[in-house]
Write a protein that binds this ligand. Structure first.
Ligand SMILES: Nc1nc2c(c(=O)[nH]1)N[C@H]1C(S)=C(S)[C@@H](COP(=O)(O)O)O[C@H]1N2
Ligand SMILES: [Mo]
Length: 248
C-alpha cells in the first residue's frame, strides 16, 4: 500500500518536475525513499527547486529578535576578535574548493548584498520576523570554486557547548545555492549583535532555527558529513537527534 502510494506520488511528481529519468534509476529511487530522505525528497519535488521562503513587510518585523542557544561564545579566541571590533576576524573557506579564501568583515561588506525580511522558527516553540542583510553564499562558493566532489557545506562556529563540542551545522548544495541563503552581518539595519551571532551568521530560510548557524568562523566544503563531529551533520543532530533536513 505504502509502495503504491509512493509510486503514485513518484509518477505525479516526476511528471511535474521532469525528473522521471532520474527517478527510474533504481539506486536513486532507493536513496530517495529511505525513511530519512523521503520527506526531503517529497518536499523538494512538490515545490519548485528554488521556491522562496515567504518574505514579510517592514511593519511586520518583530520588535525584539530574541536570542537563543549561545548568547555569547565567551571563548578566549572569540573575546580576542570581539575586542578588535571583529577587524581581526576572518571567515575561512576551506575543504573541497580550488581557491581557499580568508575574508575580512570589511571585504564581505563590499560584496553585493541581499536583504530579506523572513520568519525564524525555533523548534522550542517561538518565532520572530527579522530583516537580514548579507552576502549570498553562492557568491562566496563561486569565488572559492567548489570542486566536483563537494556535496555539503559545513559551518563551523566559535561557540563550544562543553567538552570540545563546537556548534556546527551543514547543508546540501541545493540549499547552499538557494537565492535566500546568505551570510548575514546585519539584523534590522544594525550590525549583528553578539547575542544574534556576530560578526556573521548563516540564514538558510527554508529551514528551522537550529540550522541558522551563528558566530561563523570557517566554512568547509566536504564530500561527506560522516567525518564531522559525530557524523549527523550538526550539533543538535549529533546530540539530540534533531533531523538534519529541517525544512519548513
Ligand atoms: N553557533 C550557534 N548557532 C546557533 C545556535 C547556537 O547555540 N550556537 N542556536 C541555534 C538555534 S536553536 C536557534 S533558534 C537560532 C537562534 O538565533 P538567535 O539567537 O539569533 O535568535 O540560532 C541557531 N544557531
Ligand atoms: Mo532553535
Amino acid at each position: 500500500m505504502i509502495i503504491a502510494r509512493r509510486a503514485l506520488l513518484l509518477g505525479a511528481t516526476a511528471a511535474l518536475t521532469g525528473c522521471d529519468r532520474l527517478a527510474r534509476n533504481e539506486t536513486v529511487r532507493n536513496a530517495l525513499f529511505s525513511a530519512e530522505n523521503f520527506h526531503k525528497w517529497a518536499q523538494r519535488s512538490l515545490m519548485a527547486r528554488d521556491a522562496l521562503a515567504q518574505e514579510f513587510r517592514p511593519d511586520q518585523i518583530s520588535p525584539v529578535f530574541r536570542a537563543n542557544g549561545t548568547a555569547n561564545p565567551n571563548t578566549p579566541d572569540y573575546k580576542a576578535i570581539w575586542r578588535t571590533g571583529f577587524t581581526d576576524w576572518r571567515l575561512r573557506v576551506v575543504g573541497k574548493v580550488s581557491r581557499p579564501l580568508s575574508l575580512s568583515l570589511s571585504h564581505l561588506r563590499t560584496l553585493p548584498h541581499r536583504e530579506q525580511i523572513t520568519r525564524h522558527d525555533c523548534v522550542e516553540g517561538w518565532s520572530a520576523i527579522g530583516k537580514w542583510r548579507g552576502v549570498p553564499l553562492r557568491t562566496i562558493l563561486d569565488a572559492a570554486g567548489l570542486r566536483q566532489d563537494a556535496r555539503y557545506i559545513v559551518f563551523h562556529c566559535a561557540d563550544d557547548l562543553g567538552g570540545g563540542r563546537p556548534y556546527y551545522e551543514s547543508i546540501d548544495l541545493n540549499d547552499a545555492f538557494h537565492p535566500q541563503t546568505i551570510l548575514a552581518f546585519a539584523l534590522n539595519d544594525q550590525p549583528l549583535s553578539v547575542a544574534n551571532g556576530a560578526p556573521l551568521r548563516l540564514r538558510v530560510e527554508r529551514q528551522l532555527g537550529y540550522k541558522q548557524a551563528k558566530y561563523l568562523m570557517r566554512i568547509e566544503a566536504v564530500e561527506s558529513i560522516a567525518q564531522i563531529g559525530r557524523g549527523k551533520g550538526g550539533f543538535w543532530e549529533d546530540y539530540a537527534g534533531y533531523d538534519w533536513y529541517a525544512g519548513i
